[in-house]
Design a protein around this ligand. Structure first.
Ligand code: SF4
Length: 365
């Protein structure tokens, strides 16, 4: 890796160019209208592994329900998970609440202000701590994640490091990112760099002709990277069990859900459709097929409509099962897959009884 250092005047100019570009091109995102460290923290946690378009709505709803750190700390976990539903990676929600409770019990409800102190809170890593400290409190500390690393490696012409050199490379990137902060405006500089990675210097097909750094960029395009791990595919199946109860005119549609045991390492306590033992089934029994990606696995999920008395025979033994009115299901802490299946089957909307079965016969992929 040839060293490609730049002098201080060049770095200062690049930092200014980036900020000017940001002021003109930044997206109007809800978390950019606040300096409240709690709100910034919520947005940063949501944005980890979830697209901006999905986070927008969820962020507003979450802050409406839990407007302060104290509200979040004092709420039942199931309420927090329900508001997180659809964002995936529920561990983030649990850790967020745990950290809020820690702040209440150990810091009298006041969040620490420096990145170093924020890192001591449970679940807050270097990236989130730097984002909160720089945006809310103006601390000159750079945020560095995979996007920032990509931009700076391309700009410097640094090829992606092998595993053995990853730490050294990371330190070089962090050092460079620190030097690209405009004095007095570290929060804006950090957001500018993140925005450039999201909009211009994208993983594929970077828009170099529109990039404010293009004149000084060593690669002006994609650079050599380590191959990404390939996604695996796995076929699984779940049971869709629905019924109508009540008298004519007062009918209620219900779905049979089970709660994942609290001892599960993945998504404990969340509600899901019962999972079937066998992914294979006669073609005519497949009511829906959905693809659902978790980590490095693409799950191809067959949804089979079964009767309640078949569930124990066909499904894997799991946690408590119960009938849930469909109008309540949407507000529960559902797994992402269950929410997706019920939405695709038009069951999470308030539909007249009888219209659901017909609509759910469409095959979706
Ligand atoms: S010129 Fe292209 S590769 Fe270089 S930083 Fe800009 S978008 Fe990325």
């Amino acid at each position: 890796m040839a060293r490609q250092e730049r002098d201080a005047a060049t770095l200062e100019r690049l930092a200014d160019q980036l900020l000017v570009w940001y002021e003109i091109n930044r997206r109007d995102l809800p978390w950019r209208h606040t300096r409240d460290p709690y709100a910034i923290w919520v947005s940063e946690v949501m944005l980890q592994q979830t697209r901006v378009a999905v986070v927008g709505e969820r962020y507003r709803a979450f802050l409406q329900r839990f407007p302060t750190l104290q509200d979040l700390a004092a709420s039942p976990e199931q309420d927090v998970l329900a508001l997180w539903s659809g964002l995936g990676y529920y561990r983030r929600a649990r850790m967020l609440q745990k950290a809020a409770q820690f702040v209440v019990s150990h810091h009298a409800g006041c969040m620490p202000t420096t990145a170093a102190e924020l890192r001591l809170l449970p679940g807050i890593g270097a990236y989130t701590a730097a984002a909160i400290a720089s945006i809310a409190h103006g601390e000159p500390v750079a945020v560095v994640d995979g996007n920032v690393e990509r931009v700076l490696c391309r700009m410097q012409g640094w090829s992606a490091a092998s595993r053995s050199r990853a730490t050294t490379q990371r330190r070089r990137v962090e050092s460079l990112a620190d030097k690209l902060l405009v004095p007095g405006r570290p929060g804006d500089s950090n957001q500018a760099m993140m925005e450039l990675g999201a909009l211009i210097c994208t993983p594929r097909n970077p828009k170099c002709m529109l990039c404010p750094l293009t004149r000084d960029c060593k690669t002006r395009g994609e650079h050599k990277t380590q191959p990404r791990p390939r996604m695996r595919s796995q076929a699984i199946a779940c049971a869709l069990v629905v019924r109508t109860t009540g008298d004519a005119g007062q009918q209620v549609r219900e779905v049979f859900l089970e709660q994942r045991p609290a001892t599960e390492s993945v998504m404990p306590g969340l509600w899901q459709l019962p999972m079937l033992r066998e992914a294979a089934m006669p073609e005519e029994d497949v009511r829906l097929t959905v693809r659902h990606a978790i980590m490095q696995v693409n799950y191809y999920v067959r949804v089979r409509e079964v009767a309640q008395n078949q569930v124990d025979t066909l499904a894997v033994a799991a946690g408590e099962r119960r009938w849930v009115p469909l109008v309540e299901a949407a507000a529960m802490a559902l797994t992402g897959l269950t929410r997706k299946v019920l939405t695709r089957a038009h069951l999470l909307r308030h539909l007249p009884p009888g219209s659901i079965a017909a609509e759910s016969t469409a095959r979706v992929s």
